[in-house]
Structures are given as C-alpha cells and as structure tokens.
Design a protein around this ligand. Structure first.
Ligand SMILES: [Zn+2]
Length: 271
C-alpha cells in the first residue's frame, strides 16, 4: 500500500489554504501523496500556482489556464500570459479549461472562445490539457474534436458525467480524473457503476481540494477537502472498479507521469 500517489488536481491557491498551506502539504506527504499538480484558474492564479510549484520542487508542479467560470477575464493579453507561464518546466498542462453551463458564471460565448484559445495554445506548445465540463457536453465535444488531431493528450478532470460522455472521451483518447464525488452515497451512484469501464491506463485520481470533501469523510473533519484524503479516493475507486488497491495506486501514478511528462519535472536525474 506504499505506492506513492499523485493528486492531479489541487487548488492550493485557494484562500481556504492561506492559513496553513505548509501543514496541508506535509499532511499530504505523510499520507503517501508524493506529488500534487496545482490547478491554475486564471492568468494571475496560474502565476501563483507556478510560484508554489517553484517553492516546492520535487513535490508540486502546476497548470496554466483559465477556468470556464473565469472566462470573462480572458482578454487579449491572456493568451500570451499563459504562453509565457507554460514555457516553465513546472507547468505541465494547459488548463483548467473547458465549458461549464451548469453555473454559467461567464457568458457561454466567452467560455467557448476561451476554451478554443487554450486548446490552440496546448497544440502549439505540445502540452496536454486539463479539462472541465459541466452540463455542456455537446459543445465541449464539438470544440474538442476539432482540436484533437493536434493535441498531445488530456484529462477530463472531475468526471461526473454519464456513460455516453465517458465513452466519447475514451474514444477521443483522453484520460479521466475521478474525485471523491464517487464517495457520495446518492449523487455518486452512477459514477460508482461506470468507473470499471475506464481502462487502468486512462484513469487518474484527484481531490479537487478544497472542494468535494468525500461525503463519507465529513464526520468531524469540517468541510474543507485536502490532498491528504486522496488515499480515501483511491480506496473507493478501487472498490467500485473491482480492482486491487495497490495496483490501482501504481497505475494512476504511472498514468499521470506519462500524460504530464512528470519524470522530467520531478526526477530530472532519471531523464
Ligand atoms: Zn473543474
């Protein structure tokens, strides 16, 4: 059970971690979460994520992108800001990018434009994409399919969709990120049944902390999620997928290393 884990989606730039970030990282390491990818949500927050990664080499790396909620901040400077950030070796993916028609925090046309621009950037820079989709599958698929031939790869993070969506992403050659949403005894039920469909070499795990505290962990832990709870996600995914937990821990880490090219980031001597 000592296989080191990687949390492919942690929002460590969140205000919720401002008071105790070093302790949060230490608790994760103590729990066997050896590596974390800090999610970039806007251009300035992608800069902040990169600074965190630079401060903890060998433990943290980051993404650079604009979340669909923040697509209204995507202006004519954003593309070159993200491009500059993404030239740093610690920035391992473009994103979080995609479409969210569930909350519509940014107008849909701006979401689509920001998504297309970031896919184009990923193609130019040959970086994988870290994708987000909520209630927007058809537009998401259409835009993604156009860019797919030029993309090196990507992961649909925090997948909570249905069978049709899952099969579409697998057919597009994408990886799938599963969070503690699967632990929700009510909302997670469909995901519990679907997770066995994801081939081991396409499956990664994440906490999406500070969000999505696994519901079966809520007792006595407050409401904030932390990367230290990733082993609980691993155990839950293994149980529902009918897979050996040690083998799942190993394969999720090796899949993440492969997609994000992490050997060169975390173990430069091994290159
Ligand atoms: Zn997301």
């Amino acid at each position: 059970m000592n296989e080191p884990l990687i949390d492919i989606g942690v929002n460590l730039t969140s205000k919720q971690f401002r008071e105790d970030l070093p302790e949060v990282i230490e608790r994760a390491l103590a729990a066997g979460v050896r590596y974390m990818i800090v999610t970039g949500l806007t251009a300035p927050l992608s800069q902040a994520a990169l600074e965190l990664a630079r401060a903890r080499p060998g433990v943290l790396c980051s993404t650079a992108g604009v979340h669909p909620h923040n697509a209204r901040t995507f202006d004519r400077h954003t593309q070159s800001e993200l491009c500059n950030l993404a030239r740093s070796p610690q920035v391992v993916a473009i994103g979080e990018c995609g479409l969210d028609y569930d909350r519509d925090f940014s107008p849909r046309d701006q979401q689509r434009a920001a998504f297309e621009a970031q896919l184009q950037l990923a193609v130019e820079l040959k970086k994988p994409v870290f994708l987000h989709q909520r209630s927007a599958h058809d537009d998401f698929e259409r835009i993604l399919r156009q860019a797919r031939p030029g993309l090196v790869g990507g992961v649909v993070h925090c997948f909570t969709g249905d069978e049709r969506e899952l099969d579409c992403y697998l057919e597009l050659g994408l990886c799938i990120g599963i969070t503690g949403f699967i632990c929700d005894e009510r909302r997670g039920q469909h995901l519990q049944k679907l997770v066995a469909r994801i081939p081991p070499e396409r499956l990664m795990i994440e906490t999406d902390a500070p969000f999505l505290l696994p519901r079966d962990l809520k007792e006595g832990r407050g409401r904030r999620n932390e990367p230290a709870y990733l082993p609980h996600v691993a155990a839950s995914v293994a149980r529902y997928a009918g897979r050996d937990e040690t083998e799942l821990r190993r394969s999720t880490t090796s899949t993440a290393f492969e997609l994000f090219g992490l050997a060169g980031v975390f173990e430069p001597s091994a290159e």
